[in-house]
Design a protein around this ligand. Structure first.
Ligand code: ATP
Ligand code: MG
Length: 236
């Protein structure tokens, strides 16, 4: 059994069908990439998994539990954390306050402090800037904060929506390095990216979404060499 099983998922916005019956698996310990062009349905898929949108039909099973109708705030307690598209840090709160918001499901203060230490060790820049309002961080630093905030819930699975969006190449590399390290610590990663090249380079397997359908799927390294993928997603 996979850690996350998505089966025949269909999602509508009003009468418009955004997701047209997709199925995919994320295994424990993997990095799985979901790639595709603007409007393909990547964010919609993540929002359906994290309980922000309801599916019209189909099923999402996480660690053996049907979570299709479970709201987002409960999923955090079940070990799923979401790093949203566009970061969405709380601009007027400090870095530290933002991080603490990510730990709202945690009761044990000592455990929370230990996680905070772990997050600071992954993101030393956040510790340096812990008292700075989040809105004044650079784009790359805000991305780090969004990731750090998600880690504060000590997730078993982290889903990230376009972490490289709008970042300079150096930051992109740094963010992807950190994603690999987070995965190395044992956290399963579902990664949505338009930067297919980088996503495929760190993923175990990948799914290519095209207008609400999975057009291609397979081993990430094999997809990197697939002519169709090269032509549509890897040429710059
Ligand atoms: N709230 C909404 N109401 C109506 N249509 C929506 C809504 N959100 C998304 N859509 C539509 O659903 C489709 C999929 O959008 P989605 O945001 O999932 O794409 P995406 O793959 O994440 O794209 P991008 O790479 O640009 O972030 C698009 O056609 C979009 O216009
Ligand atoms: Mg999106």
């Amino acid at each position: 059994m996979a850690m996350l099983e998505v089966r025949d998922l269909e999602v509508y916005y009003g009468v418009i069908q955004a997701i047209k019956g997709i199925s995919f698996d994320v295994d424990q310990g993997e990095i799985v990439a979901l790639i595709g062009a603007n409007g393909a349905g990547k964010t919609t898929t993540l929002h359906t998994i994290t309980g922000l949108i309801n599916a019209k039909s189909g099923k999402i099973v996480y660690e053996g539990t049907d979570i299709t109708k479970i709201p987002g705030y409960k999923l955090v307690g079940m070990g799923i954390a979401h790093v949203p598209e566009g970061r969405r840090v709380f601009a007027t709160l400090t870095v530290l306050q933002n991080l603490k918001m990510g730990a709202y499901t945690r009761k044990d203060k000592e455990e929370m402090e230990a996680t905070l230490k772990m997050v600071y060790s992954r993101f030393p820049r956040l510790e340096e800037r812990k008292n700075q309002p989040a809105g004044t961080l650079s784009g790359g630093e805000q991305q780090m904060l969004a990731m750090g905030r998600a880690l504060m819930s000590h997730p078993r699975m982290i889903v990230m929506d376009e972490p490289s969006m709008g970042l300079s190449p150096i930051y992109v590399n740094e963010i992807f390095d950190i994603i690999q390290k987070i995965n190395g610590d044992g956290t399963t990663v579902l990664l949505v990216e338009q930067n297919a090249k980088k996503a495929l380079s760190i993923a175990d397997k990948a799914y290519v979404l095209e207008t609400g359908n999975i057009a291609l799927s397979g081993d990430a390294k094999e997809l990197m060499n697939n002519d169709q993928v090269k032509k549509a997603y890897l040429s710059e």
